[in-house]
Ligand binder design. Structure first.
Ligand SMILES: CC(C)(COP(=O)(O)OP(=O)(O)OC[C@H]1O[C@@H](n2cnc3c(N)ncnc32)[C@H](O)[C@@H]1OP(=O)(O)O)[C@@H](O)C(=O)NCCC(=O)NCCS
Length: 190
């Protein structure tokens, strides 16, 4: 949000949400995904138990994703020129329960703070609620990842809890969620 003064008036300008497209991940995305997840700045708050050590390991991870579409969906986020800029993930999809866990990275760091994360999160939520018919999407986020928290808040997530710090440097593991009802109300209000 930008506030500019025009004469005696203040005008509030809401930046336009950039256009993004989601497409299912494919094996040929392994190189770029490997570059993103091994970038220390991108990976800092991802909470990966063990980052891939090679493109081959990244391919193995993509093979896992492609083998289990009922419980795991991963998308490549493309900008309006069709260039890959990041990924979003719905993990632990439980069709019976109607719940999934969301994850995101915008690997092209020069694009941070321009609304791409929020746009990609919203597109993924639309998929989760419209296509998969889920009733709730959840996530965990490190309390010191201010950029991600702001992105999730803009996309409609609400805070539902916090867990004790698991990192030596402190902080907390924040739990957020968005329900289908809250998402529908947000979409209808736009
Ligand atoms: C988190 C991430 C997906 C956000 O993507 P993005 O494209 O930068 O997100 P957006 O531009 O839509 O929103 C970022 C918002 O955070 C704000 N922001 C930036 N740094 C911030 C900080 N330190 N504290 C609070 N807000 C901050 C931006 O100003 C912007 O808000 P605004 O539009 O109101 O100005 C991206 O930064 C990323 O991939 N990070 C590395 C991986 C990661 O941390 N993933 C999440 C794990 S939980």
């Amino acid at each position: 949000m930008v506030r500019v003064q025009v004469g005696l008036l203040f005008v509030v300008i809401s930046p336009m949400m950039p256009e993004v497209r989601l497409r299912p991940i494919r094996m040929s995305d392994a190189e770029i995904c490997f570059r993103w997840v091994t970038d220390p700045e991108v990976a800092l708050h991802l909470g990966l138990t063990r980052p891939p050590r090679s493109v081959r390991e990244e391919r193995a991870w993509i093979a896992t994703v492609l083998s289990d579409p009922e419980h795991l969906r991963m998308f490549v986020v493309e900008d309006d020129n069709g260039l890959p800029i990041g990924t979003t993930t719905l993990r632990g999809i439980e069709p019976g329960e109607g719940i999934a866990h969301f994850g995101i990275l915008i690997g092209e760091k020069r694009l941070w703070d321009r609304g791409y994360g929020t746009a990609a999160t919203r597109k993924t939520l639309a998929f989760a609620f419209r296509e998969l018919g889920l009733r709730e999407v959840r996530l965990s986020c490190y309390s010191r990842n201010g950029r991600a928290l702001r992105c999730y808040q803009k996309a409609g997530f609400e805070m539902v809890g916090r867990e004790a710090p698991w990192r030596p440097e402190g902080g907390a593991d924040l739990k957020m969620r968005v329900t289908r009802e809250a998402w529908m109300a947000q979409v209808e209000g736009e």
